[in-house]
Design a protein around this ligand. Structure first.
Ligand code: DQA
Length: 149
């Protein structure tokens, strides 16, 4: 199985570090990307790291991942709670999908408790801060490694 993992980030995550730091912390998305790349090296994974505020771009990257990737780590941000289109796209992707939320969404407003994406996700990290991305990558590496064995 491919060791390329798509790490996809939805709307407003470009403002990570500036945006409500009491909720999302002080790390920027560039910090998250470099942490992911460093860990990926040790796990022998390749990373395609993207962020968009546009739903269609996330969908296009999922379609691209269908041809190339062994897994997807996705923080769909607000699209988590609204997007049947993202769910449909992820349902076309067979390898593992891990959903990440920096904040503990279940401790927050009721509208954040429902995730369309969770109907497809093989695992969900919520409330681990940006460390959730690292944990998700470790899980994908494990799933790829055990599938190969
Ligand atoms: C988020 C949680 C979502 O409810 C919110 O809309 C986000 C970020 C998180 O990482 O905690 O934008 O996905």
């Amino acid at each position: 199985m491919s060791r390329l993992v798509y790490v996809l980030n939805g709307p407003n995550l470009n403002l990570l570090g500036k945006r409500q730091p009491h909720i999302y912390g002080h790390e920027t998305l560039a910090d998250v990307e470099s942490d992911c790349r460093a860990l990926a090296k040790t796990l022998e994974l390749d990373i395609a790291f993207h962020q968009s505020n546009r739903e269609y771009e996330l969908i296009d990257w999922i379609h691209e991942a269908r041809e190339k990737a062994g897994g997807i780590v996705i923080n769909p941000a607000a699209f988590t709670h609204t997007s049947v289109a993202l769910l449909d796209a992820l349902n076309t992707f067979e390898p593992p999908v891990i959903e990440v939320h920096i904040s503990q969404v279940h401790k927050r407003e009721a509208f954040r408790h429902h995730s369309y994406v969770s109907l497809r996700s093989d695992g969900v990290m919520a409330g681990f801060g940006t460390q959730g991305y690292q944990l998700a990558l470790r899980r994908i590496a494990h799933l790829i490694d055990t599938k190969k064995a």
